[in-house]
Write a protein that binds this ligand. Sequence first.
Ligand code: B12
Length: 219
Amino acid sequence: MDKLFIDLKEAIINGQTQTAMDKTKLLLRKGVGVHEIIKKSTDPSFKELGEKMQKGEIAIPDVLMSARAMLAVMYVLEPIIASYKGFAKGIIVIGTVAGDLHDIGKKLVAMLLKSRGYTVIDIGIDVTKEAFVEAVKKYKPDVLAMSSLLTLTLVEFKNVMEALKESGLRSKVKVIVGGAPVNVKYAKEIGADAFASDAFEALEAVDDLIYNKIGKYSL
Ligand code: B12
């Protein structure tokens, strides 16, 4: 059985979607629970990928393949997870700010959050402050996640924060920001609740925000 957990972990890391799905189904058929699969295969694969990514040992397209394999595993687990009371981890609305068309990093963050059990509503790229506010009203997310890859569009974070305040929604939603030019100082300055520099950190940070933990990514 232990080998099956390792096989699944390796399949995710190597981005082998079909193998990952097959191994997951096999584990379920053997009576293994979802939490055990996540604990022994999915989580360790995230951890290992995060370490490889930080050391620059893995290229982004490979990470995207791994993320896709992880999503496929979650697709198999989804109906079972849905039947678990209290397992739904929370709702995240994510978007790239107005003027910015970069979406690879945002998609990666969204995919990893989804594969960790979050409901993620991706509202796309070039999202205006009005559209962010509308999305918060409509979906009532636990966390609003904003991405900006351009220095020029960083100011949009501030604009959205002000728009949230003006519409009385700021206290109802936690805000996390990220993207290559973003740093802790700027995130603090605009009054965000958390900042994370990559998709793996984002997972930890969002967990902290939702479970009201003052983790290392909280501001
Ligand atoms: C691919 C790319 C493009 C593609 C985007 C395709 C797409 N579908 O996204 C295209 C060709 C369209 C493009 C266009 C432009 N680009 Co460009 N682009 C890049 C490039 C090479 C890679 C970005 C990327 O996808 N990285 C991979 C992902 C996985 O990493 P990431 O985005 O950083 O995301 C990670 C973290 O930042 C974080 N993260 C991201 N979002 C979020 C959100 C949250 C909430 C959290 C917690 C974390 C988080 O987690 C992610 C995963 O770990 C970068 C250079 C670089 N190395 O970053 C330039 C870069 C971002 N681009 C740049 C520029 C200048 C432009 C253009 C203005 C070029 C031009 N003259 O037209 C246009 C702007 C268009 C626009 N209005 O947006 C500059 C920006 C400089 C700056 N600081 O302002 C860069 C840095 C290149 C450079 N060195 O000059 N670009």
